[in-house]
Design a protein around this ligand. Structure first.
Ligand code: 5RP
Length: 275
C-alpha cells in the first residue's frame, strides 16, 4: 500500500509536470501569434474557442488597451472570455455589412502538413468557421501535440454539427462513407443525453483513417477513386465536401484549403518549443 501511494504520488507529479509543459507551450504559441499578427490599430478581431485562446486574449490585453477594437466571439464561452477580460464584444450578426475582420485567432485539435485543421473538440465549429471565413487572416494557434503530418493521426474523430432530427440519417450516411462508428457526443457535464451546441444542434464524432493530402493521391483503383473513399482512404477536401453535402449537416470540423498555406508554413514552429 505504501509503495502504491508513493508510486501514485510520483505519477501525479509527472502528470502535473506534463500539464504545465503543455500549458507553457500553449501560452508561448499564443504570445507568438499575437506578437506576429495583432496590431493595436485593428478594428475587428475574431476570438475562437477553447483553452489556448484564453492565452491569446491574455497576450492581446498585454499589448493593447485600445477600447475601439471590437472582438467577435465564436460562441457563448468565447463571448464570456472576451467580457471577463474587459474587452468589447460584438456579435457576428451585428457586424456592419461588408466589414472584414482584421484577423481571427482560434485554436485547433490537429493541424496537418498543409495547414488543414480539425476543429470542434469544444463543439463550436460552426461559429468558428463563420468567423474565420469573415477574416482577412485566420491565425490558428496550436501547440506541438497538434502538429501532425496528416489529420486524424492522433486526434481520433471528425466533429460534425448536425440538426437533431437528422441524426439517424447522418449516422448512416457517415457509415456509408466508411466511418466505422460515428457517435453522437454526449453531455458529460449533465451526465445525460446528447451535448447541445450554441445552435441547439448535436455533435457527431466520426472516426476515419488518417486523411490524405492531394499530393498523396497518385492514381485511381477500380470503382471508387483512391482518395475518394476507395480502399478506405479519403483526401481531406473530398471528404469534407461529401460530409457537408449530407442533409442535416450544418458544418464539418475540417478547415481545409487554407489560402496562403505555403507562405504560412515557413513561419510554422517559431511560436512554440517542442519539449
Ligand atoms: C472548439 C475548438 C478549439 O479551438 C479546439 O478544440 C482546441 O481547443 P484547446 O485550445 O482547448 O486545445 O475547435 O470547438
Amino acid at each position: 500500500l505504501h509503495i502504491s501511494i508513493i508510486r501514485s504520488y510520483a505519477s501525479q507529479q509527472g502528470a502535473t509536470k506534463m500539464t504545465s509543459k503543455i500549458e507553457e507551450a500553449k501560452q508561448s504559441a499564443a504570445r507568438k501569434a499575437v506578437e506576429d499578427h495583432f496590431d493595436p490599430n485593428f478594428s475587428y478581431v475574431g476570438i475562437g474557442s477553447g483553452t489556448t485562446i484564453i492565452y491569446v486574449i491574455e497576450a492581446i490585453k498585454e499589448r493593447s488597451s485600445n477600447p475601439q477594437i471590437q472582438f467577435v466571439p465564436t460562441g457563448y464561452q468565447s463571448r464570456q472570455a472576451i467580457v471577463d477580460a474587459g474587452l468589447k464584444p460584438i456579435a457576428f450578426d451585428s457586424l456592419p455589412n461588408d466589414v472584414l475582420l482584421d484577423v481571427a485567432f482560434d485554436g485547433a485539435d490537429e493541424v496537418d502538413e498543409d495547414l488543414n485543421c480539425i476543429k470542434g473538440g469544444g463543439a463550436c465549429l460552426f461559429q468558428e468557421k463563420l468567423v474565420a471565413e469573415r477574416a482577412r487572416k485566420f491565425v490558428c494557434v496550436a501547440d506541438y501535440r497538434k502538429d501532425q503530418p496528416r489529420l486524424l493521426t492522433t486526434w481520433p474523430t471528425i466533429p460534425i454539427e448536425i440538426a437533431p432530427l437528422s441524426a439517424p440519417v447522418v449516422l448512416s450516411a457517415l457509415r456509408a462513407l466508411g466511418s466505422p462508428s460515428p457517435t453522437i457526443r454526449s453531455n458529460k457535464q449533465a451526465k445525460a443525453g446528447p451535448l447541445k451546441t450554441d445552435q441547439d444542434f448535436f455533435i457527431v464524432d466520426a472516426p476515419f483513417p488518417p486523411l490524405l493530402l492531394p499530393q498523396d493521391v497518385t492514381g485511381s483503383g477500380d470503382g471508387t477513386k483512391f482518395g475518394e473513399g476507395g480502399e478506405g482512404k479519403w483526401e481531406v477536401g473530398s471528404l469534407a465536401k461529401r460530409i457537408k453535402e449530407i442533409t442535416g449537416v450544418l458544418d464539418v470540423g475540417i478547415f481545409w484549403g487554407v489560402d496562403g498555406a505555403q507562405a504560412l508554413k515557413e513561419g510554422r514552429g517559431k511560436g512554440g518549443q517542442r519539449p
